[in-house]
Design a protein around this ligand. Sequence first.
Ligand code: NAD
Length: 479
Amino acid sequence: MTTYDRLFIGGDWVTPASGDTYELSSASTEEPIGSVPAASEADVDAAVSEARRAFDDPNGWASWDPLRRAEAIEELAAQLESRSDEMARRVSAQNGMPITIAGQLEGGFPLIVLRYYADLLRKTSFETSQPHLLGGTSTVRRAPMGVVAAISPWNYPQTLASFKIAPALAAGCTIVLKPSPETLLDAFLFAEAVAETSIPAGVVNVVPGGRDVGAYLVGHPDVDKVAFTGSTSAGRLIAETCGRLLRPVTLELGGKSAAIVLDDADLNPETMGERLFESLLVNNGQTCYLGTRILAPDNRHDEIVDTLAAFVSSLPVGDSLDPDTMIGPMASAIHRDRVEGFIDKGKGDGARVVTGGQRSDRDRGWFVTPTVFADVDNNSVIAQEEIFGPVLGVIRYRDVDDAVRIANDSRYGLGGTVWTSDPERGSAVARRIKTGTIGINRYLPDPSAPFGGVKDSGIGRELGPDGLNAYLNVQTIYS
Ligand code: NAD
């Protein structure tokens, strides 16, 4: 059991305002694994006020030379690196992410993101002067926005928090992080890492809470910028609040991406298995950008269905902490029931189960049997709604124009892939897809390039230089 009884606010471990707690359980065994205090509105007030004070301090974080901020961000990366195995274990136990994946992503990816932004800080100029077109000089400076409310989901809690924290810190902002109630033990380990750095007190604060606490934070009068990753429905509510308050907001929301298999694609699992896994199924399907609508050409449809079914059913399912596991459980019982509800809906709507489809026979843990459907209609619920589990649906197409039409016939636009032995052909098809990101024969987000969605998948971009700009206000001084 990992137990905390204090909150990380204002650079200190403070007694929470209420005695409420969150009890965390293992997704694989359902056994209790930890307990942490829940933040109340009073704790959010305290956290925002500390972040405000730290931001407004004339000698504080925002005033630091960018090179000094870069060093402090690197200190944080080093502190997290020394905790990366424990971080991976905590995330894996809570949300079911297989430990080998958690090691690379939750234990490793935030370090890459932090170091990328520290490096970018060294190369970025925050002030430039140019001749005023009508005579004189225009100086353009980019200044930190202020206090950031960062709200993260449970599926990649550390990685997705780092997409916000690293650029916000680099910009000179201060942060109140609200992690998801399903994944809190990792957030406390993160706070321990922050506490060991020279990042000043109040620059990073952590308030564990659910949607009410999140909504309170988003609407708090002293917050200057909101960065949210989560569901489209919550994103809409947050956007409404931010619209009313005219508060800048970045929204990374849901997805239902297409994996377009062209007629010349090589899907041989022996050579392409790792790429297929990372593009279609990683983290038990609990990943926003996965290509879960597989678009197969008529002339290769049956062969593609058979290949995918054999591949999916070959993946070892098990306890997320077992290094052999490729597919672990869902993050919660509620989420498992939701995914199973979609599988039932798919069957009811006439899609054909090729593998999986039945309840897991494990007596403990929130497991879903990896499932492939064929004969899926793109208008059906399982093709239009985000399932967020190990469930793939194969949809037939006639020709490339038809594939592009089907891929774009979605309210989402986050990820996607094109599979082909001709990369130029793949690139031409990729450019026709209305989506924020897309891969050719792979899908792997790049910390140095913008990531985000269009349509119901969100507004704005994280990562890359665009991710830093999202935390900067532009001020022009005419002289
Ligand atoms: P969720 O929307 O239920 O919760 C996400 C976070 O927002 C949690 O911390 C939650 O407590 C908080 N929250 C919920 N309602 C809120 C509100 N009204 N105001 C403020 N905060 C609120 O999502 P989830 O179930 O935790 O995560 C899964 C979803 O996240 C999926 O839809 C997935 O696609 C999406 N996601 C998107 C990306 C991306 O980069 N686009 C990445 C990962 C996950």
